[in-house]
Structure formats: C-alpha cells, structure tokens
Ligand binder design. Structure first.
Ligand SMILES: Cc1ncc(COP(=O)(O)O)c(C=O)c1O
Length: 400
C-alpha cells in the first residue's frame, strides 16, 4: 500500500540504547540464560509500604478522576515546602508544575523556553535523553565534553567558551547520570555567575539529590539569587522513593515559565496520574528514613564496585559521589580480541561482555562518551560480586 512518509523530526531521534540493552538482557533471561544485568536506571528496592498504602487508599477512596492540570493543591503545597526546606528555593504553589515524571518535566521546560534554532548546552557524558529532547523542540544541542581526568566536571570558563548569542538553556545535572559526579557549592556559584551574565536559562535536573555519598552535599543552583528567575529546578519521586513506575515529577520556576509549561502540558497530557499524586504527597510529607537506608546501601555498593573495578588491569574507574552508576574507562581494550570477538569500540565490548560473560552493561556512546561503559549498582551485593567477577574474567581473556 502507498503511504506518505512519517515524521522526519522523529526519524532523527535515537532509540534509547539503555532501554534496548536492558530489553536484550531480559530476553536472554527469559530463555533461561543466567544473565546479570547491570543496566537498570532504577533502585532495586520496592516502593516503601507506607507510600504504596497511600496509593491504595487513593484508589479505594475513588480518587481516580482528572485533577487540576498543574497538580492537586496539597501536593503543590508539599513541593513548595520541600523546595523551601531542602533546597532554599522560594517557589509558591503558582510556581510549581506537577508532571508525569522528571523526564516529562524537562521536556515541558524545554518546550516552555526554546524557539527553533536556539542552542542548548549539555555536558557529556550526558543523560541519554537530553540531546534528543533538545532536537524535538527544534533546538540544537551544544555538547561540552568532559572526561574522568577532570572528574567529569566543567569549569565556568569552559561553559563561557561554549556560549553564543543563540544559547538559550544550559542543562545541568548534579548528581549526574551517568558519571555520578556532584558539583560543590563553590563550583556551582562560579557557573551561576556565567549564567547571570547572559540571561540564559538553566534547567537543573536534581532527580538524584538524595543519593549523595561521603562528604558530598547537594546544592541547588536556583537558590543563588542572581539566577533564581533563570532556573528551572526539576525533581521527582522516581529515584529517592523508588517510585519509577508511578511517573511523578515536578518543576519549580518563575511563574511565566510555569504558565507556558502548564499550557503545553494541558494540551498534551493534562494532569499526572491522580493516584500517584496522592502517593507522592505522602512520600514528600513523611520522614525520609527509608531513603537514607537505601542511600547507605548504595554507598556500600559503590565502594565495593569501584574497588573491584580498579583492581582489573586496564580499567580506570573514578569514584562517583552520587546517583547509582559507575563509568569505568575501558578504551585500553580497544584493538584487542578473543576467539571470534574483535573489540573496536565500547559497543563491541558490551556485546562481548553480554554474549561471553553474560553481563549486561551500557556502552558509553549512549551518553556521548565512547571511552567508557556504564554499570548500575542497583543489584544485590551478591549479583554485583558475580557480575564483576565475570567482567574481570572476560577482560582477562582479551589479548592485544
Ligand atoms: C538524570 C535523569 N533525569 C531524569 C530522569 C527521569 O526521571 P523520571 O523517572 O522521574 O522521569 C532520569 C531517569 O533515569 C535521569 O537519570
């Protein structure tokens, strides 16, 4: 049958490589193969019981209809309190928008701010969705590359160099997926000074704010007065409360940005799930004991994983300060081979580890960083031990 062509814009968007490799690992598991998947972008802990109960109560109380587009008043109030208490952000309920996940919030923010041809600055290794979201709003991603040599961070000077008259937004993600790096308050203040000079906007993705380790502390760039009205602070309940499937995120920003984003959301999805809003309200107004327990467990795993990876010859792994990923550098193995496998790239290496070692990892090129692979430590210690042993054995078989 003759058919007219589909969207050219969507054609330019990449499939999520993280989802693709997770799906392959899951398919191998279904075939009965003992695969260890270190690809997940979500905690392995269940949503805490008291939060689940709030969701169940919402269903049983018939809180199952449309809500206000921007979110239910109690939740907006709870987010406003959270922003004031934890982030030193002044946003009232009129300056908050609840959406279906932080991913949705980021896309809404880009829609609210960008015009065709605008430039959006991103640092690599970046979260997979940023460049494609930027393309979907007809803007252009400008990537500043970082490496493990600079702890995957940029300086204010590097940011300034990347700017042009067309720069509209800087997407900032600390703690970061995939690098786990956390910027200090001083580093953030220097970056904020550059932003304030230009009048561009910052979308600050703070979804991993509670998952910081050791002496690292999370600091919200929007709390700096000079960039307060230029900053969109994005957060959500997915990672801190192990609620990835509930799809609940939010942003706080100047009321003009929120009005634009709410208008866009109102025509595309309307309100976030009513049941999830009630559960998120409960999560945000309850003590954070379970969050801290989960964080402590992740910190133990991080220490173990980084130690073991650095003991494998040819691997260098920077110790992350937050989130739940490590990004070991693996390019020393490029050009090596074993049996039928020739390793020319991160993609070849991940393929080799999956087929030969039965360990799933994500190639760094998914994050604009082909020298690395990403491993999540969202598996039990037992699984992590087995996974890293397998990686070590597989890499040990490669000869240059
Ligand atoms: C850096 C970053 N931002 C945003 C998100 C999306 O979070 P949500 O599940 O709330 O959409 C993720 C999820 O992987 C992430 O890693």
């Amino acid at each position: 049958m003759r058919r007219r062509p589909l969207s050219r814009k969507v054609d330019t968007v990449a499939e999520s490589q993280t989802l693709a490799i997770s799906a392959r690992a899951a398919a191998m598991k279904r075939e009965g193969i003992d695969v260890i998947s270190l690809t997940a972008g979500e905690p392995d802990f269940p949503t805490p019981d008291h939060i689940k109960r709030a969701g169940i109560a919402a269903i049983e109380g018939n809180f199952t209809k449309y809500t206000a587009n921007k979110g239910i008043p109690d939740l907006l109030e709870a987010i406003s309190n959270k922003f004031r208490k934890e982030n030193d952000l002044p946003w009232g309920t009129a300056e908050i928008l609840v959406s279906s996940g932080a991913k949705h919030s980021i896309f809404n923010a880009l829609q609210a701010i960008c015009n065709p041809g605008d430039e959006v600055v991103i640092t690599s290794p970046y979260w997979v969705s940023y460049p494609d979201m930027v393309k979907l709003v007809d803007a252009k991603p400008i990537v500043i590359k970082t490496t493990d040599k600079s702890n995957f961070k940029i300086t204010a000077k590097e940011l300034r160099k990347a700017l042009s008259l067309k720069t509209k937004v800087f997407i900032f993600n600390s703690p970061s997926n995939p690098t786990g790096m956390v910027y200090s308050q001083e580093e953030i203040e220097e970056i904020a000074a550059v932003i304030a000079d230009t009048g561009m906007y910052v979308i600050s993705d703070e979804i991993y704010e509670h998952l910081v380790y050791g002496d690292a502390a999370h600091f919200s760039i929007g709390s700096i007065d000079a960039v307060k009205d230029l900053t969109v602070t994005v957060n959500g309940v997915s990672k801190a409360f192990s609620m990835t499937g509930w799809r609940l995120g939010y942003m706080g920003a100047h009321k003009d940005i929120i009005a634009n984003a709410a208008k866009f959301q109102g025509q595309v999805t309307s309100n976030a799930c009513s049941i999830s809003q009630k559960a998120a309200l409960h999560a945000l107004t309850s003590p954070l004991d379970e969050v801290w327990r989960m964080r402590d467990e992740f910190e133990k795993r991080r220490d173990y994983v980084v130690g073991e990876l650095n003991a494998i010859p040819g691997i260098t792994c920077t110790k992350p300060k937050g989130s739940f990923y490590v990004l070991p550098r693996v390019d020393e193995y490029f050009g090596s081979s074993a049996d039928k496998y020739a390793i020319r790239s991160d993609v070849d290496l991940c393929e080799y580890l999956l087929l030969e070692g039965k360990v799933a990892s994500v190639p760094g090129s998914a994050f604009g960083a082909h020298e690395y692979i990403r491993l999540s430590y969202t598996s039990s210690m037992d699984e992590l031990r087995k996974g890293i042993e397998r990686i070590g054995e597989c890499l040990g078989k490669l000869a240059s």
